[in-house]
Design a protein around this ligand. Sequence first.
Ligand SMILES: [Zn+2]
Ligand SMILES: [Zn+2]
Length: 283
Amino acid sequence: MDSVINLYEADLHCHTTASDGLLTPTELVHLAVELGLKGVAITDHDTIAGWKEAEVAGIDYQMRILRGIELSTEWQGKEVHMLGYFVDGASSYLDDRLRGLRKAREQRMLEILACLEALEIYISVGEVRKFVHGESIGRPHIAQALMERGYVRSISEGFDRYIGLGAPAYVPRYKLTPEEGINIIREADGVAVLAHPGVHRLEAGIPEWVEMGLQGIEVLHSGHKPEDEKRYRAIARQYNLLSTGGSDFHGEGIKPGVVLGGWGVPLDVLNQIRDLAQLNQHC
Ligand SMILES: [Zn+2]
Ligand SMILES: [Zn+2]
């Protein structure tokens, strides 16, 4: 049996328990060490709370930890996710904006629970909170509560039957525009990278986002097909953008088959992002 998977040196898109991932930052770093990776980016939704723990865990192993974040935005009815690397964690502007986004997440959770109640599914806020280890609540936490109560057998079934797009308890979330997402990242001296554009076919928006300060495209991603990689690598070259890559690792229970390091970049790309961030600071 051929079970050898080729892993990349660095995975630039990882979620931890600081948002909706299943592994703590320490566990994530230890897994990366076990797999032989040399770098990981912590890119939790709307929070930077996982950075510190990951950095502490990485010290003994010389694991490069890249400070990141993922912001959800919307454009023409499509989800557009922006990754921000090397954002300044001490920026009070960033802190304010992230706090507002997390508040909107809380509000959405309450609305989803009310919708579920209308379907005679009674899940309390406390039952959801049990699965929230960080400060950023998300739908996977609700799906975990649905599973624990026996309403569904898996997280993906929870999304398909109840809370995913098109399901009866789906509630849209307050979303930034891509411009706002890019601005938040750039204001905090970070490098803005368009996440998984192939998942929602976002190529038409790229020229205007480049004008707004976009500096990279996530070319390699677990949701991309080989033709997406080709398309977005060409677009990145055309606009002189960085080509990045990451798995979008959340843990096997949430995203089955998405292996840490299965999508990523050579370590040198980390240096390119760092150099760009340093240039941004001086602009
Ligand atoms: Zn995303
Ligand atoms: Zn993600």
